[in-house]
Design a protein around this ligand. Structure first.
Ligand code: NDP
Length: 244
């Protein structure tokens, strides 16, 4: 694997996104920190630059096609390729995360959640594929969740009443994308996997989660830096496979 790798991490201004950026940059990978807010993105990039890490801010709201086009054009112009894409940006807008909202979630919340977690992720990935194909070891990591797991939810008492519908369904759709894209790219060097970070202390995970952001970021970082014999089309937490 070449050591002039370029990575793009979405939702990189806080939580798992900034930690994933930090850990990739600590391996000497140049990390483009995709953030929708210019102010928050610049601040986050500055924080890691002060640690001596090779990172840069790039503006990217994954729901804005023009920003996807601009980011892609900038990466093409400056680097001509992309080695690693970590689709980390995510939301559980409008429904919280600790309830079963299936009977009540509004169409607006459902659409907003899918816009970020699924449609934006797919559109960005499709747009960047041409650049990822230029890498000799392309890696795509879709940050999913154990809450995407139909196998676990459909078990008796599976994840109990922890079923925020819009969030869970959007992450299940992300997992379908992982499986289908891995199959579509099976004759390339590109590996595509889903990551479950664990329950992590971030704005989304809340203060009572057992894992630190640094611990939570490890799964995505491992999948982003898999060697040539690594898996593709799989769903992991740490080194363990999660059932679909
Ligand atoms: P945070 O809420 O802390 O961070 C979410 C990030 O996504 C922020 O940077 C946010 O930006 C960004 N984001 C939201 N909408 C957009 C958008 N339209 N375009 C670009 N960026 C956007 O969450 P976490 O760090 O906890 O979550 C990161 C990922 O991990 C998510 O995909 C989440 O679903 C997943 N996950 C988290 C778990 C946990 O326990 N924390 C468990 C399982 C999965 P802004 O600051 O501007 O809002």
């Amino acid at each position: 694997m070449s050591n002039n790798r370029i990575a793009l991490v979405t939702g990189a201004n806080k939580g798992l996104g900034i930690e994933t950026s930090r850990q990739l940059a600590q391996q000497g990978i140049l990390v483009l920190m995709g953030c929708r807010s210019v102010a928050k993105g610049r601040k986050a990039a500055k924080e890691l630059q002060k640690e001596g890490l090779p990172v840069e801010f790039i503006q990217l709201d994954v729901t804005k096609p023009e920003q996807i086009r601009e980011a892609s054009a900038e990466i093409k112009k400056r680097f001509g390729k992309l080695d690693i894409l970590v689709n980390n940006a995510g939301t559980s807008a409008g429904e919280g995360r600790s309830l079963n909202s299936t009977a009540t979630v509004s169409p607006e919340a459902l659409r907003q959640t899918f816009d970020v977690n699924f449609f934006g992720l797919v559109e960005l990935t499709q747009k960047l594929l041409v650049l990822i194909k230029k890498s000799d070891s392309g890696r795509i990591v879709n940050v999913s969740s154990i809450l995407a797991s139909l196998s676990i939810h459909s078990r008796e008492g599976g994840l109990s009443s922890y079923k925020p519908f819009a969030y869970d369904a959007s992450k299940t759709a992300v997992n379908t994308f992982t499986i289908h894209l891995a199959a579509a790219l099976s004759d390339t060097n590109i590996k595509v996997n889903s990551a479950h970070p664990g329950w992590v202390r971030t704005d989304m995970g809340g203060p009572h989660a057992p894992l630190s952001p640094a611990e939570g970021a490890r799964t995505a970082v491992r999948l982003a830096t898999l060697g040539p014999d690594g898996p593709t089309g799989k769903f992991f937490h740490g080194e363990e496979e999660v059932p679909w």
